[in-house]
Design a binder for this molecule. Structure first.
Ligand code: ZN
Length: 385
């Protein structure tokens, strides 16, 4: 279990399969985000039919509402949300560090004010492990100290070193939970979960390398994440960090680039050896009527689409594009009909999943470089927004 096998490579790009307790995940793969235990607005059947093999849950949000004890009592996050395929939970770190002004950082952990009822809460490495264990996803993430994208060397170093100290505490607690699982509702625990560490260090190459070295020294791991990117730094800087890490990350483990998921980032990341991605943009943009297409972004609310007979993207195979015209989708948005938000979200989710599928296919065929270059040229060729 938790094994990663590579079926083919082209340059740094890899096509693999990740074996998790709830199923196998072919990679490269985009993981839709289910913030509250649901990919926003979509039925799990729709998410499955869109090809999602794994989705992500947010520890911060599920801890506040309904609380991990409720989910654990209801049989864990898979059973509670009726999602039978693999899941990964983040550590809550990214959310609590985003609550500027609402949190206090100390070596012990982070104290924060709940955005729901104003109560003072805290997350520590141990607490994050406890919460994620109670949720019961296949993969738990280490609790890390996230710094802003343009953070100074001093600040990024501080966060990176604390992340390593916290990793020791996460690993210790997670091992305790796995070795002697606390019973649930008086029954033995059935949780089978692995823990992945997160490489930090901001945009500073020396810190990224030290973070990677310190992280690997604390292994072995079954997967490794790169965090703290796509948080305000220019894209070439993010690609530079990935270039730096690509040859130094263990070849035999899946690599997860956290919070990254615009189409061009997926392709640039895959070319640099990334296997897994997640991002809320697919559903968030979808709710605002912004669709990715093979020729760039499209804003469905524009008057130009009023009598447009074409689907969102004529090259897309999603349930939205196979049935509905842009003219109809625009009407739904203008009328405030909730089906519109759902249909564009569904298209965007399928769009990114299909990008991962096509990348996999072309890597195995030895054609990824040519395909991705042509794909990016077409995508950037005509911005319609
Ligand atoms: Zn579509």
């Amino acid at each position: 279990m938790f094994e990663f096998t590579i079926a083919g490579t082209q340059g740094a790009a890899r096509a693999g399969t990740l074996a998790l307790p709830h199923g196998a995940v072919p990679t490269p793969a985009f993981m839709p985000v289910g913030t509250y235990g649901a990919v926003r607005g979509l039925h799990p059947d729709e998410v499955e039919r869109a090809g999602a093999q794994i989705i992500l849950g947010n520890t911060y949000h599920l801890h506040l509402r309904p609380g991990e004890a409720t989910i654990q009592t209801m049989g864990g996050i898979h059973r509670f949300s009726s999602w039978s395929r693999p899941m990964l939970t983040d550590s809550g770190g990214f959310q609590v560090f985003s609550l500027a002004g609402l949190r206090t950082i100390a070596e012990e952990g982070v104290e924060f004010t709940s955005h729901i009822d104003g109560s003072v809460r805290s997350l520590t490495p141990e607490r994050s492990m406890d919460v994620q264990w109670a949720l019961g996803a296949d993969v738990a993430m280490a609790f890390d100290h996230v710094v802003p994208g343009q953070a100074s060397h001093e600040l990024a170093e501080d966060g990176m070193e604390r992340t390593l100290r916290w990793l020791d505490r996460c690993r210790g607690r997670h091992a305790q939970l796995a070795d002697a699982p606390p019973p649930v509702n008086g029954q033995p625990s059935t949780v089978n979960q692995t823990l992945w560490p997160i490489v930090q260090g901001g945009i500073h190459e020396d810190l990224r390398l030290r973070s990677l070295e310190g992280t690997l020294a604390r292994g072995p791991w079954t997967g490794i994440a790169v965090g703290g990117l796509s948080v305000g730094e220019p894209k070439p800087v993010m690609y530079g960090v990935l270039d730096l890490l690509a040859s130094r990350l263990p070849q035999d483990q899946p690599r997860y680039l956290m919070g990254v998921g615009f189409p061009e980032d997926l392709l640039e990341g895959i070319a640099r050896g990334v296997d897994l991605f997640d991002c809320v943009a697919a559903t968030r943009n979808g709710r605002h009527g912004s669709a990715w297409t093979s020729t760039g972004r499209l804003n469905i609310r524009k008057a130009a689409h009023r009598t447009d007979e074409l689907p969102l993207d004529p090259l897309c195979d999603c349930a939205t594009c196979s049935r509905f015209s842009r003219g109809y989708l625009r009407h739904l948005f203008v009328a405030g009909e909730m089906l519109g938000l759902r249909l564009v979200s569904l298209h965007n989710v399928r769009f990114l999943i299909r990008l991962g599928e096509e990348a996999r296919r072309t890597i195995l065929a030895g054609d990824f470089d040519r395909w991705s270059r042509e794909w990016l040229r077409r995508y950037h060729g005509r911005e319609r927004e």
